[in-house]
Design a protein around this ligand. Structure first.
Ligand code: PLP
Length: 409
């Protein structure tokens, strides 16, 4: 019923799109300008320079008017040729979708998997762990002829709430003495979880607008290394719209070869300003702290956190596994209908087994407390027994770790 408007604001607690701050909504409402005119060039140069600081790169970042899936395709089609072998790693649903895309593009992906079992999630044990870099190293060492052209991993697996150690993957590739490109999806990690494109030696980083950057969906990114650009000159997968060369060329003066997403670029400029005013490292610390509070709540409820390895807990979202026999989608439905809050669904192999709480973007202490309150009431209403109050546990954590900001200065 599109005419039904419950009072107050909707709690969009999915792990992206994340709530769009009012400042960005206002910026997006400015008039659309001539994308070949002088004002636009200034905007283009501003966002292209600013987004490099967010990726921590000195090299070009290509901005597409597309969702993250488009930027995935751009990363593959610019660097690879039909029939190329690529090494991918099944961390969850998004890694699985990228693998499917590689197949559809005519590549030969090999999908590495976590080898262990898990009593709480027998259907997808690997979906509770990050990339095991040693498996990548071992596989690359066996590829003496260097048939594998790229290693593709997801940095923040949005379907599970598990991150992967990208620096360790780089070290694994180097230890094997292998020339494969390193392609990384941090669609849901950028501007929320520590990420360093240049320092970690990533060749293509794929990201999107609707997560840590707090924009609506609609633009996405490829941060590219000189080695990736060199590969794009000889790679032969068909590419036209996605081709980096003309875009990078025209970006020198702040323009694009086609009509860019002007109003989303206004929002991007505003977003970069907000993130840098808070401080990128402070943004990461805020996400870590909110994630710790969320996990304190899940543990107090007596439920399992989907990520089984504390070293790689996601600062962006928390996956909550429900006891066998409980329908997680029923819990989400009760929360939605009773408290006007959207939670992330279990995707693919974990559909109905878990739900996801997003704590990214502009999320703060009180927003998280409200979200956890909604989850707790929803769990009880759906008949899930909780051990003790997770909301209170989060309050304790947040209260005891709060810092005061001197707002006058
Ligand atoms: N990769 C990851 C890790 C994601 O979280 C998403 C979307 O949630 C995608 C890829 C796909 O991006 P999009 O839905 O913007 O096309």
């Amino acid at each position: 019923n599109l005419n039904f408007h419950p009072a107050g604001r909707h709690f969009l607690q999915i792990p992206g799109p994340s709530p769009v701050p009012d400042r960005l909504l206002r910026a997006m409402s400015y008039p659309t300008i001539d994308h070949r005119g002088p004002e636009f060039g200034a905007l283009g140069r501003l966002v292209l320079a600013g987004i490099k600081r967010i990726f921590k790169t000195q090299h070009p970042v290509v901005i597409y008017p597309a969702s993250g899936t488009g930027a995935w395709e751009a990363a593959l089609s610019n660097t690879l040729s039909p029939g190329d072998q690529v090494l991918m790693y099944e961390t969850g649903h998004f890694a699985t979708l990228w693998n499917k895309m590689a197949l559809r593009l005519g590549l030969k992906p090999e999908f590495l998997r976590y080898p262990g079992a898990d009593p709480h999630l027998p259907e997808a044990p690997g979906w509770r762990h990050g990339v095991q870099a040693s498996l990548i190293e071992e596989r690359l060492r066996r590829d003496a002829r260097h048939a594998i052209k790229a290693v593709c991993v997801v940095h923040n697996e949005t379907s599970t709430g598990v991150t992967s150690d990208i620096a360790a993957v780089r070290r694994a590739i180097d230890a094997a003495g292998h020339p494969a490109l390193l392609l990384v999806d941090t669609i849901s990690g950028l501007a929320s979880a520590d990420y360093r494109h240049d320092e970690w030696g990533v060749d293509v980083t794929v990201s999107g607008s609707q997560k840590g950057l707090m924009l609506p969906p609609g633009i996405s990114f490829n941060a590219v290394s000189p080695k990736a650009i060199a590969a794009s000159r000889t790679a032969t997968l068909p590419k036209s719209f996605w081709a980096w060369d003309e875009i990078i060329d025209m970006n020198q003066t702040g323009y694009w070869p086609y009509t860019p997403n002007t109003n989303l670029l206004y929002a991007l400029a505003e977003s970069i300003e907000m993130i840098e005013a808070e401080g990128l490292e402070q943004v990461f610390a805020r996400h870590q702290r909110l994630a710790a509070a969320c996990r304190a709540a899940v543990q107090a409820w007596g439920l399992e956190i989907q990520c089984a390895d504390p070293a790689v807990y996601s600062p962006v979202l928390t996956g909550v596994l429900l006891p066998q026999g409980v329908d997680a989608d029923k819990v989400r439905q009760v929360v939605y209908q009773s408290f006007n809050m959207s939670l992330g669904a279990g995707l693919g192999k974990v559909k109905g087994r878990m739900f996801r709480i997003g704590h990214l973007g502009e999320c703060n202490d009180l927003a998280l407390v409200a979200a956890l309150g909604g989850c707790e009431m929803g769990l009880k209403l759906a008949g899930v027994r909780v051990r003790e109050s997770g909301t209170l546990a989060a309050l304790e954590y947040l209260g005891s770790t709060a810092t005061r900001q001197d707002r006058a200065s």
